[in-house]
Ligand binder design. Structure first.
Ligand code: 13P
Length: 248
């Protein structure tokens, strides 16, 4: 039995003030839930949100991390910087980073290995573009992203995968329940091939892409889907809380 995990990805939204207000509103709404609850916030908000979530069941996540311990990497953030504030999860390889900031399968792999080595949990994002889906390349793209991105990992059980088809992100176009379940089933099959069938059954795989308070029940009812990575709908406490309470 895989424990569901619902994570908010705030992307480049909120300030410390509005973020803390959002967490305060969220706390009572998500108190008694069965799933893991995570908020992945912009780096500069981490100190404030770290304070705000103290004593609650909301866990803190970052949106990126560099693989080096420290050094001349202007604009990057290290594991020690995140751990100092109790960050437990790090999103790696989001499609927006792949598209706009030159993230590759190789850098995804380096970051993922570093997050694991530092004792945190990577949320590794994979997914195809609209063009790739139309051309029937979805499985080939997912295979490549997984085999390169997860190369050399010895703790696959700890890794969370987020299947985020780029065409469904921020577009209001959600993958249908069965499209999402099918792609995630394929990802699990690929993990079985790369690691083992037993380990593949333990890995939690989220869906992300216009998931909201209305479509979350259908998606979460699918056999292969273990959670959600939520963008837009994580910016409103009531909406995010409804997703976290999907089983009620
Ligand atoms: P939206 O929920 O806004 O489509 O974003 C999904 C996403 O990219 C989460 O990482």
């Amino acid at each position: 039995m895989r424990k569901p995990i619902i994570a908010g990805n705030w992307k480049m939204n909120n300030t410390a003030a509005s973020g803390v207000a959002l967490i305060e509103e969220l706390k009572p709404l998500v108190r008694n839930v069965f799933c893991d609850v995570v908020v992945c916030v912009p780096a500069i908000l981490i100190p404030a949100i770290s304070e705000a979530v103290k004593g609650s069941n909301i866990k803190l996540g970052a949106q990126n991390m560099h693989w080096a311990k420290k050094g001349a990497y202007t604009g990057e953030i290290s594991a020690d910087m995140l751990k100092e504030y109790g960050v437990e999860y790090v999103i790696i390889g989001h499609s927006e980073r792949r598209t706009y900031f030159g993230e590759t399968d190789e850098t995804v792999n380096k970051r993922t290995l570093a997050v694991l080595a530092e004792g945190m949990t990577p949320i590794v994002c994979v997914g195809e573009t609209l063009e790739q889906r139309i051309n029937g390349e979805t499985e080939a793209v997912l295979s490549r992203q997984l085999s390169l991105g997860l190369a050399g990992i010895d703790r696959i059980k700890k890794v969370i995968i987020a299947y985020e088809p780029a065409w469904a992100i921020g577009t209001g176009k959600t993958a249908t329940d069965s499209q999402a379940n099918q792609a995630i089933g394929f990802i699990r099959k690929k993990i079985a091939e790369l690691f083992s069938p037993e380990l593949a059954e333990m890995v939690r795989i989220q869906y992300g892409g216009s998931m909201n308070s209305k479509n979350c029940k259908g998606l979460m009812a699918q056999s292969q889907i273990d959670g959600g990575l939520i963008g837009g709908a994580s910016l409103k406490a009531a909406d995010f809380a409804k997703i976290v309470n999907f089983d009620k």
